[in-house]
Design a protein around this ligand. Structure first.
Ligand code: GDP
Ligand code: MG
Length: 313
């Protein structure tokens, strides 16, 4: 124990160590395996919240306000953002989007954008590891922001204990989210831009979609709908309360355990699958041209070749 100096520094609250560890996670550094195994016992206590939704609905704005509210309770907050349109890339603040960057100066807040390139274990895996590093550093709350209403990106958010789907009025978002199956994984629906003239209409549209879903599966709780304003923070307090209520529900009903089991299973499976695929690809392109040739010459059938490769790996 305590072999890794970088982890020691992270655990003692060193910001630079946290930043370096996340860079290593992003860069798929071989050291990551040891780093995670050492820091993992120091995780598991944080409130984790995943935000998903189309670009421009106001996710980052709401997160900035939530950070403020958690800071008022003296909670430390980490943000893992995989939104490519996020206010900053690699620490550089883009344009006028400085909302999240207000918190750059606060030592108890750490915000990190992740690249969207390929990762072992997928983007969801990498962002989860970054979140774990933040937990080990001492964050009481870890927020994940992910753009999109498609399945791939949603995985990032769905590893969190509470998933918030953010939508905006008048964009047909709710129908799209429904089609993509994202509505099903939302624990809370946030209709942002409550100042929009069609905000109330959007909320009732979402409500009727949710009620139909509830009739089909009466065991599933109906997610609450919260109207918010990312620009001035209206409703974000209520959103925070709903996050707390959802956590209590998970803990009291025993569903927290099930949820954790599911996300751990998901992580293990996707990491192992990615690793195996990578190894098989390498083998097939380098060492086993022989195997391909055998199939080409009809000395071996392709299914048997595939099983050989699979067994070797
Ligand atoms: N009118 C209005 N604009 C908002 C509201 N919340 C956020 N915005 C604006 O919407 C734009 C996109 O916000 P952003 O937080 O970057 O969205 P994200 O892409 O979902 O993270 C920004 O220009 C915000 O100022 C809101 O409640 N009302
Ligand atoms: Mg954003």
């Amino acid at each position: 124990m305590g072999e890794n100096e970088l982890v020691e520094r992270l655990l003692s609250g060193n910001r630079r160590a946290l930043a370096r560890i996340i860079s290593k996670i992003e860069g798929e550094d071989p050291e990551v395996r040891d780093i995670i195994s050492e820091l993992y016992p120091h995780t598991g206590e944080a409130i984790t919240v995943g935000f998903t939704g189309p670009p421009g609905v106001g996710k980052s704005s709401i997160i900035a306000k939530l950070i403020e509210l958690y800071r008022e309770e003296d909670k430390k907050v980490g943000v893992v953002s995989v939104d490519p349109s996020s206010p900053f890339t690699k620490g550089a603040i883009l344009g006028d989007r400085i909302r999240l960057s207000d918190h750059f100066l606060d030592r108890n807040v750490f915000i990190r954008s992740m690249g969207t390139r390929g990762h072992l274990g997928g983007l969801a895996g990498a962002s989860q590891l970054a979140g774990l590093a933040m937990e080990a550093y001492g964050m009481d709350v870890v927020l994940y922001e992910t753009v999109g209403v498609g399945q791939g990106e949603v995985e990032v958010a769905s590893a969190a204990d509470t998933v918030i789907l953010a939508l905006q009025p008048g964009a047909g978002d709710s129908v799209q989210a429904l089609k993509a199956g994202v509505m099903e994984i939302a624990d809370i629906i946030c209709i942002n831009k409550a100042d929009h003239p069609q905000a109330k209409g959007a909320a009732s549209e979402v409500r009727s979609i949710l009620e139909i879903g509830h009739e089909l599966d009466p065991d599933a709780p109906i997610p609450p709908i919260v109207m918010t304003r990312g620009d001035n923070g209206e409703g974000v307090e209520e959103l925070k309360e709903k996050i707390g209520e959802h956590r209590e529900f998970l803990q009291e009903s025993g569903r927290m355990k099930e949820r954790h089991q599911a996300s751990i299973r998901e992580f293990i499976l996707s990491w192992a699958t990615n690793k195996m695929e990578k190894e098989m690809q390498e083998r097939l392109s380098r060492e086993d041209t022989e195997l391909v040739e055998k199939v080409r010459k009809r000395e071996l059938d392709p299914i048997s070749a595939a099983e050989t490769l699979y067994r070797e790996v």
